[in-house]
Design a protein around this ligand. Structure first.
Ligand code: HEC
Length: 250
């Protein structure tokens, strides 16, 4: 018993490194890492397609991230309706631009009574009054108009759902990548820090989704931490594959 404990603290035996594992294990590690790498590239492409162009411009930008999480002035229910199926209810076509301009400037309460209420009262509330059509958006006063004039961004239940999938899924991926990476031959202090970075970056990324929902400037933290996670994970994969096959220090 005592002997076993002593063995546990016996540091004269080196930890295993890539040179200590069999070729079949290297092959298994390599196909795993390559598959994860491909999966990550697909995740990037998926992210591009879901978020790009939300701000009306092609390509992915900080504004797209802000709109996804925080919401924006494009794609409000009022804006979409007035540009589409509800346009014909306007008596004067110019009023469409008045409403769209107001939405674009943030759909604030100031100016609502003078500019917006008269249009809605004349053209819309004959249908959009709760006592007439309880299922339609109420356009009789600012508070309810405001709800359809702002786009809310992502909802809390959606964020919670996406977060728990990411936390469970990515934790597994990072754990196995880290386990393989630990077989690299390098400074142990660098290694101890390196295995923590992708986990920390993922946690910061997910935390900043929630903050960006409230504070739009946190979109920069979302992008930074997402990039840091990808980079640190990618480096672990590349270094592991390199050391496994092309590097040997005896
Ligand atoms: C003749 C009745 C009528 C008038 C007038 C009318 N609407 Fe509507 N509105 C509807 C109906 C019915 C729907 C539901 C349509 C649907 O869900 O397909 C609707 C839906 C909407 C919606 C919600 C769309 C969504 O996202 O579900 C908005 C916003 C809207 N109308 C705005 C307006 C505005 C602004 C005006 C005035 C310019 C207006 N409506 C005038 C009947 C009307």
């Amino acid at each position: 018993m005592l002997e076993r404990y002593e063995n546990l603290y016996d540091r004269t035996k080196p930890y295993s490194r890539f040179k200590d594992i069999s070729v079949s294990e290297r092959i298994l590690n390599t196909v795993f890492l390559l598959t994860i790498g491909l999966g990550y590239l697909m995740a990037l492409a998926n992210m591009y397609y879901t978020h790009q162009g939300l701000d009306g411009k092609a390509g992915l930008s900080v504004d797209d991230v802000v709109i996804s999480y925080h919401g924006g002035n494009n794609q409000t229910r009022l804006g979409t309706a007035i540009n589409g199926i509800m346009k014909s209810n306007l008596r004067y076509a110019d009023d469409k631009d008045v409403i769209l301009q107001w939405i674009k400037q943030g759909a604030e309460e100031t100016g609502y009574d003078e500019k917006i209420a008269p249009i809605l009262n004349r053209d819309c509330i004959l249908c959009h009054t709760p006592s007439i059509n309880p299922s339609l958006p109420d356009l009789t006063h600012y508070a309810t108009v405001s709800q359809v004039a702002h786009a809310g961004g992502v909802t809390l239940p959606t964020l919670v759902r996406v977060s728990h999938i990411h936390l469970f899924g990515i934790a597994f991926i990072l754990f196995f990548i880290g386990k393989i990476f630990l077989l690299c031959d390098m400074n142990v202090y660098v290694k101890r820090v390196a295995v923590v970075i992708p986990f920390a970056a993922m946690l910061l990324d997910i935390l900043s989704w929630f903050i960006t929902k409230e504070i739009s400037s946190f979109a920069y933290v979302v992008i930074f931490s997402g990039a840091l996670m990808g980079l640190s994970m990618g480096l672990q994969i590349l270094l592991s594959i390199y050391q496994m096959w092309f590097f040997s220090r005896k």
